[in-house]
Design a protein around this ligand. Structure first.
Ligand SMILES: CCCCCCCCCCCCC/C=C/C(=O)SCCNC(=O)CCNC(=O)[C@H](O)C(C)(C)COP(=O)(O)OP(=O)(O)OC[C@H]1O[C@@H](n2cnc3c(N)ncnc32)[C@H](O)[C@@H]1OP(=O)(O)O
Length: 241
């Protein structure tokens, strides 16, 4: 599955809906595995589209958040094998997508990956945190989350946030295929049940608290102070150009 929403693959409602549909198709056509990557040469995904949260239409922003939750359920909780070929920056929601897969290969270069929410004055939702503690040790996750740590490729490898480094996108995809090949001799049902048991606690936490998570987001996004800081953040991103 190749993300292709220039310039930075930010996740807006339309892209999330497309992803949700594609994940359904992959599940339905009984694919063995999926590799998630990006069509951009330097950004895997810039995370959530900030414009979806800025001065939002309430109905749309509610659909935006519930679709994001759905994409996470379908990706994190998939029966099929998932790997991410991370060929560029992966901040925040981009990192969430990568961590929701079972294996991550990142191309070398001046790219970074991590959950940077606290630097933006916001708190990553519980399920973002659960996805991170499912990937790296709890102590490392707490440190990374509180300090909004963006890891370079070497640091990400060292902490286990990624599993391998690749020279370029083709190499990243080849390495993801190498991971998928490891399951050729493992019975598929035993593999998928094991994966889902490992992920069950995180999945159940969001299933049980899904409405509450949405309400918290809606409250947050309607807070005038948050809107003000969003405005400033958007300006700072644009000034960069
Ligand atoms: C700040 C979020 C506050 C949310 C408040 C609401 C409450 C929510 C509470 C719940 C919490 C939700 C958890 C949030 C998860 C997220 O994913 S939030 C998004 C966080 N993402 C980022 O901070 C990444 C920002 N982008 C970058 O750092 C860089 O763009 C990049 C990815 C490293 C790529 O750099 P580069 O190739 O140099 O491109 P740029 O020139 O920076 O960008 C090109 C244009 O794209 C626009 N853009 C970039 N990121 C986003 C984005 N996430 N959403 C929308 N638009 C984005 C950027 O402004 C440029 O636009 P133009 O200048 O108009 O071309």
């Amino acid at each position: 599955m190749t993300l292709q929403r220039p310039p930075v693959n930010s996740l807006n409602l339309d892209l999330l809906k497309e992803m949700s549909k594609s994940l359904d198709e992959i599940a339905k056509n009984k694919s063995k595995a999926m590799i998630l990557t990006s069509a951009s040469p330097k950004v895997f995904s810039a995370g959530l589209d900030i414009m979806e949260m800025y001065k939002p239409d309430l109905k749309r922003v509610e659909e935006f958040w519930t679709t994001l939750q759905e994409v996470w359920f379908k990706l994190f909780g998939s029966n099929f094998i998932t790997a991410a070929a991370i060929n560029g920056h992966a901040p925040a929601g981009g990192c969430l997508l990568a961590m929701s897969c079972e294996y991550r290969v990142m191309t070398g270069g001046n790219f970074s990956i991590g959950l940077n929410e606290t630097a933006l004055g916001i708190v990553a939702p519980n399920w973002f945190m659960d996805t991170m503690t499912n990937t790296i040790p709890v102590r490392e996750a707490e440190y990374a989350l509180t300090t909004a740590r963006m890891f370079n490729v070497e640091e990400a490898l060292k902490v286990g946030l990624i599993d391998e480094v690749a020279t370029d996108k083709d190499d990243a995809i080849a390495k993801c295929k190498g991971f998928i090949g490891k399951f050729d001799r493992i019975p598929a049902l035993a593999r998928s049940i094991t994966k889902l048991k490992m992920r069950q606690a995180a999945i159940k936490r969001l299933q049980d608290g899904r409405r509450e998570d949405l309400n918290e987001f809606l409250q947050f996004v309607q807070n005038p102070k948050i809107q003000k800081s969003l405005e400033m953040y958007i300006q700072s991103l644009k000034k960069k150009a």
